[in-house]
Write a protein of this length. Structure first.
Ligand code: ADP
Ligand code: MG
Length: 373
């Protein structure tokens, strides 16, 4: 089955609860999400629907007078949903299996800063080296790695696994696994390979420990390379790609006699997108405004490609993958042979209302994407 846009609503944080924020997002079951602002103070930003990511969208039914809106999705996980429930219910397990079968599979988490993207993909940060995160809280990534390694054993096929980890910061592609300070790598295109990153490091791994350690090392480099810790991590897009080459252990004898060894290659890519919040037109200057502009541009380009892909194939015009590094890198996964799972992360707080609506509109538009192998 093909995965569909999935919504994840995180619980209110302690700060939000203390501040007295209202919970304005409710899951109604059956994939329906209801957003309602009940008091005037809860309506902050309700009119702020103009956002780079949300053109006017016909999917959500907005009732301006009553300040509420309902959206329909194939899966909605609310504050009580466990990490395991998200893994099983989002179609992530099937995505891993399709990647093993040779497809280009991508899961991307998007939403405003603080909405739970990293938590959903990787789980919470470890308190310290000696206090690892409880296994129940591990995110989609670790669960997928486990599933991948289990499958590789149980299928009796010989899977060759390798990983690459990139970030896109200010429209520059950087390798998070190469030694030394992150340097910008050129993004090229060739007829046979499509878009690819030149000199990108790819590291082979065979165990869960090895890939988790690559993930943590890369993520750390992403975080420490900026002045403001948390800020930076949400100011770049991070792409971890697992390359899966599978060879059958026992190919039929006639194949061996022909001297061929059949193999297929799939990919599983995890994308932690930069925060989608609208950047104030005023006030930001210098480095921050450069950052903000490149994030806006790339998210806008992604939204544009997604909305064009959502049209029936016959009515589609040219898809402008070249508009940003992000869309170039995601071209194969978004294109006709790729399979994409989107996880839209939202905060239930009244303070985040405007961004929440933007995220839901963005996800609604993506719902129509019909990439199918
Ligand atoms: P983002 O990556 O979107 O900026 P984070 O994943 O860092 O956001 O989440 C922001 C905060 O909310 C973190 O402290 C995180 O632990 C917490 N959080 C996010 N999602 C959940 C959840 N489903 N359950 C509990 N805490 C969560
Ligand atoms: Mg994050």
């Amino acid at each position: 089955p093909r995965p569909h846009p999935t919504i994840r609503v995180r619980p209110l944080t302690c700060t939000e609860t203390r501040r007295g924020d209202q919970q304005v997002v409710h899951s109604l079951g059956d994939g329906a999400v209801h957003v309602s602002a009940t008091s005037p103070s809860g309506c902050r930003g309700w009119g702020g629907l103009r956002h780079p990511l949300s053109r006017r969208c016909p999917h959500g039914q907005v009732n301006a007078a009553r300040h509420d809106a309902t959206f329909g999705f194939s899966a909605v996980f609310d504050a009580g949903a466990s990490q395991e429930a998200v893994f099983e219910g989002s179609g992530m397990r099937q995505l891993v299996e399709l990647a093993i079968d040779g497809f280009s599979c991508t899961v991307f988490a998007f939403g405003q800063t603080g909405s739970g993207k990293t938590y959903t993909l990787m789980g919470p940060l470890a308190q310290s080296e000696t206090q690892p995160v409880s296994p129940a809280l591990l995110g989609l990534m670790q669960r997928s790695f486990t599933c991948l390694l289990e499958q590789s054993r149980s299928r009796g096929s010989d899977l060759a696994l390798s990983a690459s980890y990139l970030e896109i910061y200010n429209e520059q592609v950087r390798d998070l696994l190469s030694p030394g300070p992150p340097c910008a790598l050129p993004l090229r295109w060739s007829k046979t390979r499509g878009f690819y990153v030149e000199n990108q490091l790819s590291v082979e791994f065979e165990s869960l420990e090895a890939i988790v350690s690559l993930l943590l090392q890369g993520s750390q480099r992403r975080r420490t390379s900026a002045h403001a810790l948390n800020r930076h991590s949400s100011r770049s897009h991070a792409l971890l790609t697992i390359h899966i080459r599978s060879r059958t252990n026992q190919p039929p004898t006639w194949v061996l006699q022909a001297g061929a060894c059949p193999s297929k290659q799939g990919t599983l890519c995890f994308v932690d997108l930069a925060g989608s919040e609208r950047v104030k037109e005023t006030g930001s200057s210098g480095e921050l405004s450069v950052e903000a502009n490149s994030i806006n541009r790339s998210l806008l380009a992604l939204g544009h490609c997604i909305s064009l892909l959502a049209k029936p194939r016959g009515k589609r015009t040219h898809i402008p993958y070249r508009d940003s590094k992000l869309t170039r890198l995601l071209a194969r996964s978004l294109g006709d042979s790729g399979i994409t799972l989107m996880v839209a992360c939202i905060s239930p707080s009244s303070q985040c209302l405007s961004e929440t609506l933007s995220t839901l509109h963005y996800a609604s538009r993506a719902r129509r994407v019909t990439t199918r192998p």
